[in-house]
Design a protein around this ligand. Structure first.
Ligand SMILES: C[S@@+](CC[C@H](N)C(=O)[O-])C[C@H]1O[C@@H](n2cnc3c(N)ncnc32)[C@H](O)[C@@H]1O
Length: 427
């Protein structure tokens, strides 16, 4: 968390550039943000020397941008920019470090406090504060088409004279209905279950329009089809009812997601055999925890075949610990390769209320693919077989068609699910 917050100082990472003008714009945003940061930074004892050094570097950068013409070649511009940032960023980051530390500590304390109150105090009082669902309240949920956005449906929950409106597109409403029919035997609870689900994920995403999208982005359908056909994958280790491809998956919230097929948190999921896909939220702590959990599962599986196809970002600056572990220090890694930046796509984290043309986006980072398998898993689903790696990289380049509706028989096969379920134990 600390690293992610710090990386946004003085501004977000440089945006992907299409031309030299974009690089100049990035530099302008950076110098403006660095200057505002230094201007507004509260002066504390011991900071003066760092502030003066930072101001000198920033002045050099501003002078350089003013004296160099727009016609400078792209490579030279980028090189200069990188070297200036390498000088200035550490100074700014050391100035903000105590503030970032206290924000992280406050967030941990708040999460801890709410978790304790949920467990030990009156959940109803807390529900009011957090706007949790009170299952005994008199509520009604109505579904109606959005007045001006074609293909978007609104779910309106009426509660104590007030209303709350959640939106999703028709494709996802149909998909949720299909999942619900498969996994839940109370058809009358469909609308309210969808409303709860949307409400929960809205809070999870965050309040800004595109906030949280990155944590919910999914592999393209073509990649899932290929993993299913060639590696027998039929369960996602990290998903939500909104972004899942298969009808069985692990997810963050078993209470809202189980009626739509969730098996609960991946960290409580203990299969003894089988072949799984894992595209975790791109958060360092969760990715590291995922690697430890998978290593433990592979150790415990003994001679039963167990396999994980894992997709994480190619973060090398600095290297993300989960990547380093799987690349350099994991006896279960049987294959790894990188699909380059801007050479593959993801399905947007906002796919459930996005228009069809906004469904896919280009990955501006590389994706590092790892196969972690025990010996029997490698025998059964060998990723080194010629052509497999290339085929996976190829399907990741294309958008693929959306997840088919209704589902093809292979994705709903009760026998497949039952077979796997028999082998799954929960804590
Ligand atoms: C990057 S998306 C994966 C999208 C898609 N299912 C895929 O595999 O490509 C990561 C998903 O993991 C979910 N998630 C978060 N914590 C989780 C947990 N403890 N167990 C399982 N899933 C979790 C997030 O809500 C999010 O939907």
């Amino acid at each position: 968390m600390k690293r992610e917050l710090t990386e946004n100082i003085p501004c977000n990472k440089f945006k992907h550039h299409r031309n030299i003008q974009d690089i100049w714009n990035n530099i302008k945003t950076y110098t403006f943000s660095a200057s505002s940061f230094l201007g507004g930074h509260p002066r504390k004892d011991g900071d003066e020397e760092t502030i003066e050094k930072a101001k000198t570097v920033l002045a050099d950068l501003v002078k350089w941008t003013e004296t160099n013409s727009v016609s400078l070649v792209e490579a030279a511009l980028l090189e200069h920019c990188t070297s200036m940032r390498a000088r200035l960023d550490p100074l700014l980051h050391s100035l903000c470090s105590p503030t970032v530390d206290s924000i992280c500590a406050e967030m941990v304390d708040l999460a801890d406090e709410y978790a304790k109150r949920l467990l030990y105090e009156d959940p109803k009082a807390l529900a009011k504060e957090l706007f949790l669902w009170d299952s005994k309240a008199e509520v009604s949920v109505v579904v109606r088409p959005h007045r001006s956005m074609n293909g978007i449906k609104e779910l309106i929950m009426k509660y104590d004279q007030s209303e709350d409106v959640q939106q999703l597109n028709q494709t996802h409403l149909t998909k949720l209905k299909e999942l619900f029919n498969l996994h839940c035997t109370k058809p009358e609870a469909f609308e309210s279950s969808v409303w709860c689900l949307l409400r929960r994920y809205k809070s999870f995403f965050g309040l800004d329009r595109f906030e949280g999208f990155g944590l919910q982005a999914a592999l393209p359908p073509g990649a899932f089809q290929m993993l299913h056909n060639e590696f027998s994958v039929s369960i996602e280790s990290f998903a939500s009812p909104l972004n899942c491809y298969f009808t069985r998956y692990c997810s963050a919230f078993i209470d809202t997601d189980a009626p739509f097929g969730s098996l609960g948190s991946f960290y409580n999921f203990k299969p003894k055999s089988g072949s799984f896909e894992a595209n975790p939220p791109f958060t360092e702590e969760l990715m590291e925890l995922m690697v430890s959990h998978i290593e433990q599962l592979l150790t415990d599986a003994g001679d039963s075949p167990l396999s994980f196809a894992i997709f994480i970002p190619e973060w090398l600056d600095p290297p993300t610990p989960a990547l380093v572990k799987m690349r350099d220090n994991c006896k279960f890694t049987t294959r790894e390769f990188v699909i380059g930046e801007n050479a593959h796509k993801y399905v947007s984290g906002g796919q459930h209320n996005a228009a069809p043309h906004q469904r896919m986006y280009n990955a501006v980072h590389g994706t590092h693919v790892f196969f972690l398998q025990n010996e029997a898993g490698k025998q059964k689903w060998d990723p080194t077989v010629q052509g497999k790696e290339q085929r996976l990289a190829n399907v990741a380049h294309t958008s693929g068609s959306p997840r088919p509706l209704p589902l093809p028989p292979s994705f709903v096969s009760p026998s497949l699910t039952r077979e796997l379920m028999d082998e799954i134990t929960f804590t």
